[in-house]
Each structure stands twice: as C-alpha cells, then as structure tokens.
Design a protein around this ligand. Sequence first.
Ligand code: 6PG
Length: 249
Amino acid sequence: MSEPDIRVYPDPSELAREAARHFSELAREHIARGGRFTVALSGGSTPRRMLELLASEPYAGQIHWPSVYFFWGDERAVPPDHPESNYRMARESLLDKVPVPGKNIFRMQGEAEDLNLAAEEYSDEVGKFFKSAAPELPRFDLVLLGMGADGHTASLFPDTAALRAGEKIAVANRVEKLNADRLTLTPATINNARNVTFLVAGEDKAPALKSVLEGPRDPETYPSQLIHPEEGRLLWLADSGAASLLSLS
Ligand code: 6PG
C-alpha cells in the first residue's frame, strides 16, 4: 500500500479552508470533465465549517451547484430535522444556501422504522443513479470522511457488523456502545470512490490517528484502516492537534 498522503494544518479553521478549496477544485475538475460531481458527505461536527465556507464566496461562486449531486456516507437513526441528523447539519450549513436542486440530494432515511429496508432502498437509489448493477459498486467522485477518537469512520464502528458488509452499497449497523442504530456506506463502496478525503481535527483524535496510520493493522479495532481506495486517491487532511503524535517527516 502506498504511503498515505497526509497534510497537516495549524488549526481547525485553516483545515476547513483547505478542505473547502479541495472540494471546490475537485468539483470544478469533475464538472468540467464529465458534467457532474458526485459527493458523499461525512457527518459529525468537523465538516460544518468547511460546508459553511463552501456556501460563501469565493467558493459558492466557483461551483456550478446544479451539477453537484449530494449523498451521505452515513446517517443517524433520527428524523431529518433532528439536531443529530447529518442531513440537517449539511442542509443548514450549505444546502439551503446554494442552488442545488432537490433532485440532486439523496438523503439516507434515518427516520425509517426498518433501517435494514432503508439501507436496501438507499442502495437501490444510489445504484440506479450510478447505473451500477450488483456486483458493480457505485463510484463516487468524492467521499468525505471524518474519524472518531475510537478510529471509526462513517458509521463503521469497531467490532460492528458493517465492517464485514461485503459488496453491499449501504447497510444498517447496530452500534451497541452507543446504544444506537446507524445507516452507513460500506467499506467496499467507499473504497470504490475516485477520491476519499478524511478531515480530522482535535487533540482527542491524535492517539487514534497514530494507531490508524502508524500502528499495526487492526481494522476491527480501527475501522478507518479499512479505507484504501483500490483505484482512487486517499488524502488525509488534519490539524496539528490531531496529527500531534504522528512521526511525520
Ligand atoms: C457521524 C460521522 C462520523 C464522524 C466522526 C467524527 O455520523 O458521526 O459520520 O463518522 O465523522 O464521528 O465526528 P466529529 O467530526 O464530530 O469529531
């Protein structure tokens, strides 16, 4: 496996600015080349500042938003207007502020009673959009990911069933330690992307980031180690706090 591409920035604001620039650059490149940009957003709190920057100049004016198609890497088992909803965070920070048509937004139905059915329906919807029929997987232009202090990413938590989801597109995942159910893209789908970019900020992430990038291979314990795109580019964008334990050159 090639050396990971890790870029470290002084603080979360600088990290967010670089992430917004990276997003804008990829979006313009893919729209110019193929007429569209397909991106799966990450959840949690780290991406918020990047999304807010994308909703403001200069980025908002650089991107042809009707050509951008939004998906999610994961979602909590909550309604779309719930404070913990990843969709709500993206809608408030970006989607309500730029001219993205509703048909371009593919939300995971976290509110569903039957999350397994919701995962199947999302998989069908994504598969149809990408015109990919099983076992072929969809190929996102960009999958944005965060990483938890336990080394999880998306809703791929340590020692959970979704780590072994095989060639499915998205699955429901029971996370006992959170006493929560989640929807998540599978490692196989994420690894089929053209670009996978992690955004990691905060000292609290430093031990996990060191274990993920420099520790022994142990993906059941550190699921972020499952992410290595077969034919795509993996990029880690971190602030100095999260990268503080890395033996970076
Ligand atoms: C989620 C995310 C999750 C997140 C990490 C980091 O739904 O929580 O998708 O994988 O990216 O937990 O979260 P923070 O950015 O809040 O630290």
